[in-house]
Write a protein that binds this ligand. Structure first.
Ligand code: ADP
Length: 449
């Protein structure tokens, strides 16, 4: 006998788990399938924050923001090729998504700055701990509390359809159970991106050939193939983002929040070379243009104290420490006089509120408290902007331009929300908001069919 359910969700990252919670709350049966032995996908690695505008945590901190400004920043960061309707959904629901996560037990009360944002709107747990692991855990707990049928080691290899192209279920390859079919009225594709698949990345962007990636091993793109085989249309696949600050020594991504909280980028000559909080595409290109194709994140003890994530980097022994700026420069083999000059002039900009060199808009603190620190950083493949084409209800669009009946998608597997370049903090916002929508819409469709 074939198994039957209402909604199948593919992928246990933030998008899949959010979809599971909202579908269960809509009263339908859900089976969630995850190919990896551990849940959480790339979501659990997300270190920055969740962008949202006009939120309660912002109000508490006296931050003035507008949904309209979040839309403008997101479009500008995406070089204006984003689907504006999807961007509106992202921004207009963002505050509500913060409330929703909070109602499920999340702490999103710390608000910081990420690249390309004109105000502080990146929400994260108090003390600046990793937002992705926290959100993934909260959503996992919520899905489990709602008796969601979650299966790990279970890869979806086909979305099944009837002759009219309407979704009828999935073919699963269980790592220990073999192939089996689950019949379902609706399927939510929440399988993430393909940044860990360098062959595929290089096919779309040859410059990224051989690059390291910040992603979890499951970010290979097989879910995208499953969706396109079942008729989904794709958009913007050629846009692949490098994260500017990956530690080649530690093999880990250094969160953008280190810069957001005040660190600067300097090259081997001890000089700044870019507005550190510009968008990721521009920061990555600027680093690659420096001698050695890498740079140093330089900060002081006040930045370290502002962000608990930095303690992890210290334990990984990827943070160089100097008792003075000169001591730090000597350890890095950098001209000390230049680094001293760079910090002095940057601190002057912090005081005057105007970065006369690179027009960095937000300079939260002077870098003047010893000890001083530096981490070597270089770009690594981070996010794939393109993917399955969806509408504002997370319905998947077919190659014929019509909706694929019963197929929904959310998160990094989709394209259009981020255009040519995703802003830091918009991935978590994307997966929570569109995951919720996909789950609710799939549930509604399943009830009606
Ligand atoms: P998002 O941020 O969009 O939620 P994530 O990368 O966090 O994306 O999560 C996607 C999840 O989907 C990962 O855990 C990944 O292992 C899983 N996944 C990808 N392809 C498949 C597949 N074919 N079947 C089941 N799970 C898949």
């Amino acid at each position: 006998p074939r198994e039957t359910t209402d909604v199948v969700i593919i992928g246990s990252g933030g998008a899949g788990l959010a979809a599971a919670v909202s579908a269960r709350d809509a009263g339908v049966k859900v089976v969630l399938l995850e190919k990896e032995p551990v849940p959480g996908g790339n979501t659990k690695l997300a270190a920055g924050g969740m962008n949202a505008a006009e939120t309660k945590p912002q109000a508490k901190l006296g931050i003035q923001d507008k949904k309209e400004t979040m839309i403008e920043d997101t479009m500008k960061g995406g070089r204006n090729i984003n689907n504006p309707e999807l961007v509106k959904v992202l921004a207009n629901n963002s505050s509500d998504s913060i409330d929703w996560l909070t109602s499920l037990g999340a702490d999103m009360n710390d608000v910081g700055r990420m690249g390309g944002a004109s105000v502080n709107r990146s929400h994260r747990p108090t003390g600046g701990a990793g937002v992705g692991a926290h959100v993934a855990q909260v959503l996992w707990d919520a899905a489990v509390a709602r008796d969601t049928d979650i299966r790990l080691n279970s890869r979806v290899v086909r979305i099944l359809e009837d002759q009219s192209g309407k979704v009828t279920g999935v073919l699963v390859q269980g790592a220990y159970t073999g192939y089996y079919v689950i019949k379902a009225d609706a399927v939510v594709v929440a399988t993430g991106g393909f940044a860990k698949n360098n062959e595929r990345v290089a096919k779309y962007d040859a410059k990224l050939k051989g690059f390291k990636a910040t992603n979890h091993p499951g970010a290979t793109g097989d879910g995208l193939d499953v969706a396109t085989q079942a008729g989904a249309q794709t958009v913007d696949l050629e846009y692949v983002q490098a994260h500017p600050t990956y530690s080649p020594v530690g093999g880990v991504m250094i969160t953008e929040a280190v810069r957001g909280n005040g660190a600067i980028l300097v090259n081997r000559e001890g000089k700044r070379f870019v507005n550190e909080i510009t968008t990721r595409d521009k920061a990555s290109a600027a680093i690659l243009a420096q001698k050695g194709e890498s740079a140093y994140l330089v900060f002081d003890d006040s930045v370290r104290k502002s962000l608990s994530k930095i303690e992890g980097y210290v334990h990984l022994k990827i943070v160089n420490e100097g008792k003075t700026v000169k001591d730090l420069a000597d350890k890095l083999g950098m001209p000390a006089a230049e680094l001293e000059k760079t910090l002095a002039s940057y601190n002057g900009f912090v005081k005057s509120g105007k970065d006369e060199q690179f027009e960095r808009a937000d300079m939260p603190r002077e870098l003047a408290t010893a000890p001083f620190y530096a981490m070597e950083v270089a770009p690594a493949v981070h996010h794939t902007m393109g993917g399955v084409k969806i509408d504002t209800k997370a319905e998947v669009m077919g190659k014929d331009g019509k909706q694929v009946k019963g197929m929904y998608a959310a998160g990094e597997v989709t394209g259009g929300v981020h255009g040519a370049n995703r802003l830091g903090g918009n991935a978590i916002s994307d997966i929570v908001t569109f995951g919720r929508i996909a789950g609710a819409e799939a549930a509604k469709y399943a009830k009606d069919n």
